[in-house]
Design a protein around this ligand. Structure first.
Ligand code: MF3
Ligand code: CO
Ligand code: CO
Length: 267
């Protein structure tokens, strides 16, 4: 039995609102990112920006998470904890994962940004992650199967010689941060529940240069690649519509410090 909630018009308009606010915060993070700043400064910016909107940063105190945003650098797969000790340096890649809570609804979105000039490997993994999210979203429409999202992502990412993280998945979202369904970023075509108009969930593929295995550090949050290889991630919150998909966290303009290599996969 599947317990995936179907949202009505009122809930959908609330989701549109919170997701637009989260997208705006992520957009405003880009311009501050440069070598020399700390991940704590990113945290403080996101925290203040979120409050200014009248929203709350959902990560703060979520299951004991101590900060207002996740900042995941290089081999960190996800759930990196901002720190005044971690200074960004030239060549780093950093995922900033923003989740807002506004009028009782959650909106979740992330992107990976380039600090200075990326190595060819860094550029590759970030662009594979970006394209993976796009291909996953392209599968979403009523009647499609949930597993089609993961199948499309896995086929592409592995075809590029990268691997797809298994231990973290996308998730239903609405009045709760994480709910059914679990959205795997790997799997088989034609499997899983059928998507229906009114479902809202995230798609947030994490792709690695090396193996897909991850390890969680002593802080109980920071997930890193087991082999130390680079990892990248992008996340959107989406709505299944009668015609297909609406990307609720879509942005108005290209993301500063992230969307620099638009033609990497000319399609
Ligand atoms: N935003 C993350 C996600 O995409 C969850 C972060 S939980 C936290 O699901 F506690 F680390 F913030
Ligand atoms: Co999420
Ligand atoms: Co997130």
């Amino acid at each position: 039995m599947s317990s995936v909630e179907i949202k009505g018009e009122r809930e959908i308009s609330m989701m549109r609102e919170v997701c637009r606010l989260a997208a705006g915060t992520l957009e405003r993070v880009g311009p501050m990112l440069r070598a020399g700043i700390t991940t704590q400064e990113i945290n403080d910016f996101v925290h203040a920006d979120t409050l200014k909107l009248g929203a709350r940063p959902a990560p703060l105190n979520y299951r004991g998470f101590p900060k207002s945003v996740c900042t995941s650098i290089n081999e960190v797969v996800c759930h990196g904890i901002p720190s005044p000790k971690r200074v960004l340096k030239d060549g780093d890649i950093i995922n900033v994962d923003v989740t807002h809570l506004y009028k009782g609804y959650f909106g979740d979105t992330s992107a990976t940004f380039y600090i200075g000039e990326p190595s060819p490997e860094a550029k590759k993994i970030v662009e594979v992650a970006r394209k993976s999210l796009e291909l996953g979203i392209a599968q979403v429409k009523p009647g499609a199967r949930l597993g089609d999202i993961g199948a499309a992502i896995q086929e592409f990412a592995e075809g590029q010689g990268c691997s797809v993280v298994r231990d973290f998945v996308g998730h239903g979202i609405g009045r709760t941060f994480h709910s059914d369904p679990q959205v795997k970023h790997y799997g088989q075509w034609g499997t899983g529940i059928r998507l229906r108009a009114g479902m809202t969930f995230t798609i947030e593929p994490m792709v690695n240069v090396g193996g897909y295995e991850v390890e969680v550090l002593e802080d109980d949050w920071t997930a890193v690649t087991k082999d130390g290889s680079l990892s990248a991630q992008f996340e959107h919150t989406v709505l299944v519509t009668p015609d297909g998909v609406e990307v609720l966290t879509r942005r108005e303009s290209p993301l500063v410090a992230s969307e620099l290599y638009a033609n990497y996969f000319a399609s």
